[in-house]
Design a protein around this ligand. Structure first.
Ligand SMILES: [Zn+2]
Length: 220
């Protein structure tokens, strides 16, 4: 019979176990424990899934990872250098390029009419990654024909309404995000909705169903 190892001990070594820097004996001990302990299994799954998201900027990702690696005195083989490069690239891509739709909020964005018929979109967040919008298109909404434009803003971790991680030198308060909507004079209504033009052209989605899940943010 194998002597029971305390859960606290297992959980202490889990980070090292996940990074595969434990001795063979420790590895076997953890393996065995995980097979019959559900509590530690859950802790293990959680730890494994945790994604490191840098709080400052991209330079700090490298610094932090380097520091962590020095601490563990890992002998870096070519394989792990390669793996690290992939992880770094993944984290980098995730932070800077993975765009998500910013949910609509009326204190974050607004459509306003300026100088006669020109419509502008104003954004009050600290930053955003991109904005997608359409030219006005005729749609039937509740039996009424309207020229509708759709719009949505996207964020990345680096560029989001509440964070400005890269361009710290920019004065946020003076920053104003505003742009003119194309063919403003034709627009009857502006809707905020996540839309995918590719899906619509391939008929997996339609503007009629986009408008149903959209938020009306401006109307003539
Ligand atoms: Zn346990």
């Amino acid at each position: 019979m194998m002597k029971e190892v305390k859960c606290t001990i297992i959980q202490d070594v889990l980070p090292l176990y996940i990074d595969e820097v434990v001795s063979q004996d420790t590895k076997e001990m953890v393996d065995q424990h995980l097979q019959h302990c559900e509590v530690c299994q859950k802790v293990y799954e959680k730890m494994k899934r945790k994604l490191y998201i840098p709080a400052e900027n991209k330079a700090s990702i490298f610094k932090k990872i380097n520091k962590k690696m020095r601490k563990k005195k890992v002998i870096i083989s070519m394989v792990s250098v390669f793996a690290t490069a992939i992880i770094l690239f993944g984290a980098f891509a995730y932070v800077f390029y993975y765009e998500r739709v910013i949910p609509y909020s009326d204190d974050l964005m607004r459509i306003e009419s300026q100088n006669d018929n020109q419509l502008v979109s104003r954004y009050f967040g600290e930053s955003y990654a991109g904005v997608n919008l359409t030219h006005p298109m005729p749609l039937e909404i509740n039996g009424e024909k309207k020229n509708v434009s759709f719009i949505y803003y996207t964020e990345t971790i680096a560029d989001s309404p509440t964070r400005m991680l890269i361009n710290n030198e920019k004065n946020l308060n003076e920053q104003e995000y505003i742009f003119e909507l194309p063919e403003s004079e034709k627009i009857d209504a502006v809707y905020y909705a996540d839309f995918d033009v590719e899906k619509i052209t391939s008929e997996k989605d339609s503007w009629d169903s986009v408008v149903k899940r959209a938020v009306l943010i401006w109307e003539k």
